[in-house]
Write a protein that binds this ligand. Structure first.
Ligand SMILES: [Zn+2]
Length: 295
């Protein structure tokens, strides 16, 4: 078996795991491996990831144009290409719709840190990119604000994408994320989550650094800032309409006032949001009462 054949087989094997874990219903999801500087192996469109054979795998160039394979390549390969273009260290990508992580994507709920060791060590801070119609270049571009600073991104109202040097590890990131999101949802049913003390969070961050993963929050530790406040991806929340609703902030987080916010820091505090929500509810209640009186 040649190296390329082995990589095609690996894509099929990971496809089986993606499908078996319910991370991609029917023909959803796509997987790719970069084999050299101008060629990427990727999964075909409209084909179940659980039942692929090596002959089904397509080859595209770095513009997304198909150069080999009998089936049509996935339309979402542009997302993969954008990641490869920006990350020379990445050779493998898994994009799918794992239900628990995708629930966070649909709810626009940020995924908390400082709760469980594994996600903090292996995933770090997880951004949620803005929504765009799948398959387009605009969709591929939504990951650009984050692609350099993480190896996993939640795609708003869509799913997830994880990437690594090798495909097995890229897949692991998705599996860790979905397991974590499931635990968060179960814990909420039991009454909510308890955050780890900040010092324990810092220890996990130090382990993450030791294992060779970069994390924007390390800058906060180096600067002796509060890591509960520091979340470099928070500045994107307003644009992507991400609002912390289901889970509270870390108890050590201080709510930034408007005067503390830097010009590009558009983070909206939960206090400001709840004020707005209360106002909206009050307006709506007044409207309903008025309508009832007029009837
Ligand atoms: Zn998708």
């Amino acid at each position: 078996m040649t190296d390329i054949e082995a990589k095609k087989q690996l894509i099929c094997d990971i496809g089986k795991r993606v499908y078996a874990k319910d991370f991609a219903a029917a023909n959803e999801g796509n997987i790719s491996i970069r084999i050299d500087e101008n060629r990427v192996l990727c999964t075909p469109t409209r084909h179940c990831k659980g039942f692929m054979t090596p002959e089904d795998i397509c080859t595209v160039d770095m513009s997304g144009k198909q150069i080999d394979g009998k089936l049509k390549r996935t339309s979402e390969v542009l997302l993969h290409i954008e990641i490869y273009k920006h990350r020379s260290d990445i050779n493998s990508i898994v994009h799918c719709h794992p239900p628990h992580a995708t629930a966070f994507a649909v709810a626009h709920e940020p995924i908390p840190n400082c709760v469980l060791p594994e996600p903090d060590i292996f995933l770090g801070e997880i951004p949620i990119s803005a929504y765009e119609t799948p398959g387009s270049q605009n969709f591929a571009d939504t990951i650009l604000p984050f692609v350099d600073r993480t190896n996993i991104i939640v795609l708003a109202n869509h799913g997830t994408v994880s990437y690594e040097a090798d495909l097995e590890t890229a897949y692991w990131l998705t599996e860790i994320l979905d397991a974590y999101c499931r635990i968060l949802m179960l814990a909420k049913q039991l009454g909510g989550i308890k955050y780890l003390p900040l010092q324990k969070g810092r220890e996990l961050l130090a382990m993450r650094k030791d294992w060779g993963f970069s994390d924007p929050r390390s800058e906060a530790v180096d600067a002796e800032e509060n890591i509960a406040d520091f979340a470099s991806f928070k500045s994107s929340w307003r644009q992507s309409e991400i609002v912390q609703t289901a889970f509270p902030s870390h108890p050590s987080a201080t709510i930034p006032s408007e005067t503390q916010a830097t010009p590009d820091d558009t983070f909206q505090s939960s206090a400001q949001l709840s004020e707005q929500s209360i106002e909206r509810i009050a307006q709506r209640t007044a409207e309903i009462l008025r309508n009832q009186q007029n009837q």
